[in-house]
Ligand binder design. Structure first.
Ligand code: SF4
Length: 393
């Protein structure tokens, strides 16, 4: 079987798709606001935008390559393995281009042939899925972000050096599943995924004094590599993270493991048993830093965070804000039902809820940011809707 064709650096059609991308995702209003100091006033509404928000470099590239793939292979079936990024509007736009989703009802990996084209998402896919696609001879357009590849490089190194990868992430998230598959390095390595400080504490306590092995494995049933034994595989650990986690929490979790290893094995040995590499991507870090700065610099009445409800980095932006002021994580402008009602996803809750009396009736100052998978035209729709609701008679 001949090796499948893999495009990793685009398909030489950047200029040909540029106008469609601009029409689909750009906003003149947002550009103007950026040029005006990220501030916008309209009647009794004052808006302050975070200095970094919206599409990151990885998402920009992934969407660009998807459009290029569609143009380059007009007569072939072009698939995505699933959502290219976690934004429903972007995924719908791609469907409108005729790009199919392997996760849709009726689609199947088994029906793929060598004439099909498959786009791999920005957050990567598991080694197992890659092998399945390669075995079918599909042409692949790999949009895996360089920052995700950097995480893979680190967990592969951990596996080579006999370290178990501790991945701060969501075990069900595609990026973490892909990273976990890399951490196993052809069956040689192991991993443990910890979601938050609580789970990190469970693992750190086990490092310090051992405990109920079966209970531990039940707790982390979906979050460990096959054959993982906490009595064996927590003796040498290397920390990494899903690129979109809350940076401050990731750093804290790394320190928790460092201390646990030191407490168990002593300071001198800790150096040979603990590794850490901050793999939060710079785009995530910049967006988190920008929203923290916005909260410090401006006296805001409330915060609007725009992005898909399953977007990890957007949820973390909302988490940062919700600790300080009323915060509404919304998917799009339609969530702003009226000045009296807003549909939003509260932090830590998976279901959308409706809040009432969210928009103060006096002059109001609103902070705004959006996740790395939210295009500027969605942000602009929200701004126009806010302007309308704040100033209606
Ligand atoms: S959030 Fe970071 S890792 Fe993910 S696609 Fe964007 S730049 Fe890449």
């Amino acid at each position: 079987m001949t090796a499948p064709l893999i495009f990793r650096k685009g398909l030489d059609l950047k200029h040909e798709v540029a106008h469609v991308l601009a029409e689909s995702y750009h906003s003149d209003l947002v550009t103007t606001i950026k040029q005006s100091g990220y501030r916008y006033t309209a009647g009794r509404l004052t808006l302050h935008l975070a200095r970094e928000f919206g599409f990151c470099y990885g998402v920009d590239r992934a969407v660009d390559y998807a459009y290029q793939a569609r143009k380059r292979f007009p007569k072939q079936a072009v698939y995505l393995t699933g959502e290219i990024i976690h934004n429903p509007h972007v995924n719908e736009q791609l469907r409108a281009q005729g790009i199919r989703f392997l996760t849709d009802r009726g689609e199947s990996l088994d029906s793929l042939t060598a004439s099909d084209v498959v786009i791999l998402p920005a957050f990567g896919i598991t080694i197992e899925l890659l092998q399945q696609l390669e075995s079918r001879g599909c042409t692949l357009v790999d949009t895996t972000c360089g920052s995700v590849l950097n995480v893979w490089k680190n967990v592969k190194r951990y596996a080579d050096e006999g370290f178990t990868s501790i991945i701060h992430g969501k075990y069900w998230h595609e990026e973490t599943q892909a990273t976990a598959s890399q951490a196993m390095r052809a069956g040689r390595g192991h991993y443990l995924v910890v979601l938050d400080r609580r789970e990190a504490t469970l693992a750190c306590d086990y490092i310090r004094q051992g405990g109920d092995r079966d209970g531990f494995l039940r707790n982390f049933e979906h979050a460990v590599s096959p054959g993982f034994d906490p009595d064996v595989h927590l003796a040498r650990v290397g920390c990494a993270n899903q690129t979109t986690m809350l940076s401050s929490e990731s750093l804290e979790i790394g320190e928790m493991f460092r201390h646990a290893i030191r407490d168990r094995y002593g300071e001198a040995e800790a150096n040979t048993r603990f590794r850490a590499f901050d793999t939060i991507c710079s785009a995530t870090q910049d967006r988190q830093d920008a929203v923290i700065a916005l909260l410090q610099e401006q006296a805001l009445d409330l915060m609007i965070v725009i992005g898909g409800y399953n977007s990890s980095n957007t949820c973390n932006l909302a988490r940062i804000c919700a600790g300080q002021l009323p915060t509404y994580h919304i998917a799009d402008a339609e969530c702003l039902t009226s000045a009296a009602a807003i549909r939003h996803k509260p932090v830590g809750v998976s279901q959308e809820k409706t809040a009432s009396d969210w928009l103060p009736s006096a002059p109001v100052t609103v902070g705004l940011t959006s996740g790395a998978s939210t295009p500027d035209n969605i942000v602009a729709d929200v701004i126009r809707r806010l302007e309308h609701l704040a100033n209606q008679a």
